[in-house]
Design a protein around this ligand. Sequence first.
Ligand code: GLU
Length: 627
Amino acid sequence: MSPAQPGPRAKALRNPQNPQAWAASMPPLQRFLAACHADFRSDDDGAVASYIPELGKADPAHFGISLATLDGHVYEIGDSRIPFTIQSMSKPFVFALALDTLGAARVESVIGVEPSGDPFNSIRLNAENHPFNPMVNAGAIACSGLIRETKGENAFETIRDALSRFAGRALDVDEAVFASERATGDRNRAIGYLLRNSDVITVDVGAVLDVYFRQCAVLVTARDCAVMAATLANRGVNPVTGEQVVSTYAVARTLSVMTSSGMYDYAGEWIYRIGIPAKSGVGGGILASLPARLGLGSYSPRLDKHGNSVRGIHVCEALSSHYDLHMLNRSDDARSAIIADYDIGASPSRRSRRVQERNILAQHPDAVRVLELVGTLSFSNADYVSRQLARSPIRPQFVIFDLRRVTAMTPAGLRLLVELFHELAEFHVTVILSGVRRSSPEWNDITALTGDISNVRDFYLLDTAIEWAEDQIVYRYGGAIDFLETTELGEQPLLAGLTAAEIAELAALATINLYQQSERIIAAGDPATSLFFLRSGVVHVTLPDGVRLATLTAGQAFGEMALIEPQRSADVFADFSATAFEIALSDFERFRMQHPKAGETIMRNLAKLLADRLIVANARLDVLKAD
Ligand code: GLU
């Protein structure tokens, strides 16, 4: 199926001249689900389940679809908020709960994982007298038995609580459906006694069946099913609430049995054609969980001969084929992991450096390599990053990994990254991390694996990281960074070319101010009424939104934009205690009038300084990969 063409009303609304058009615009996925709903709502094939009498009362016309993304957005169409009983869709979640509650060894010792090929309610066990898998009734009743065995009277509440956390809201029970199944569920009772006979169930069978019947009668909506499925697709983290509901071990095993046995005796065909792990229930629900992508929930109570919702199957088929979502048709481009890869020769820090420092750094342009990473750091991405680093014949002395745009790290990506740090340590390359806060979970994940390697440093700001690495290069090659040094006006590049007499005249106009560490010297928005020449110490220039534009050391001017702009555009703070010559703009202007040649030289110097800054800024843009 492809999404239906918009009808006349929709067309009218889509006319860009129509003022309502934009308001009526829809994300394509919402439009697709709406088209599915419109296309399949008239399909009246199949019949509402009635072997549990109360289920027969369902309205066969009800039809709701919902899709939850892993960033927590939930699409909905039709009767997506109509409650119905979860029935067999409870099985995967209770299996996951059992794995986490009793431990995998205990659960896996009594419940198999092979498809049975039998109907869901078959009274047949495998050769070891165990249920074939947790998706058929025998396996599900065994799971409920295990929970009852450990939680006793609290067994059902434990299950309800887990299902609620998967759904992200407190779920109720349909007592009438529970009572109805309890009164008629002799086949399940037979299965229960068989399990007791083979010691899979070790407690009272009646109590276990009460837990099972009650768990099947929990009320959910198509929306709940989408969120529950998305939680499985998201490695057990509910994408709406952010809660880790079950372990990743339990999630992978649950999705495995959904893949092989989730859709009754249609499971093989289902995974072959649709390729999305799923589970259906006789209440009319289907939930489908595409790992790392989405969760789908649908509700329509008419069932086919296998017990699967007819319209729900159509929706899943359409979704899988229209967007080519079969889980075994996947690819990924690892190369998107690196957004910028450069060295300090191509893009140095924003620190304005003195000539000696500049010369040393110019001789070692590839001593510091910067890799700005982006998106999810997965197995393939981290591997690609490590090969990119090795590809260049020059071994850097420092490698900065900027993680500020990394949105997630998979366990494999994290492991490869840390293995790369160890490899670099062998070659005495210092690793610097930027863009990750020490208070973040990512930091804990990284340091839990790095152990005691000593070659890893971190600075939250990338520019600070680059600056620190540059300083180390300056020191290594005999340079010094002297924050205590005092410079005179004549050493200022802005005043280069002026005569000694002109400098002396300017010095007479200046006051020398002392600033304490962290003191604000200039405030953005204030009128620009003076120029500053840093005499000693360090200051930094910061935009009001916190972006650090430059770090200046003795011998450099700041606030010099006063020559062209009436208002300060950035803040300037003292990093350490600092002293500066301050010359009032009016005095400076008078000096320029009296010494027109010197005035011209100063303006030419200013143009040169601005051009240099522009070159650095352009280099920064260039390093963001265009290819
Ligand atoms: N409570 C139902 C039963 O055990 C669930 C069946 C199903 O949804 O597949 O018969």
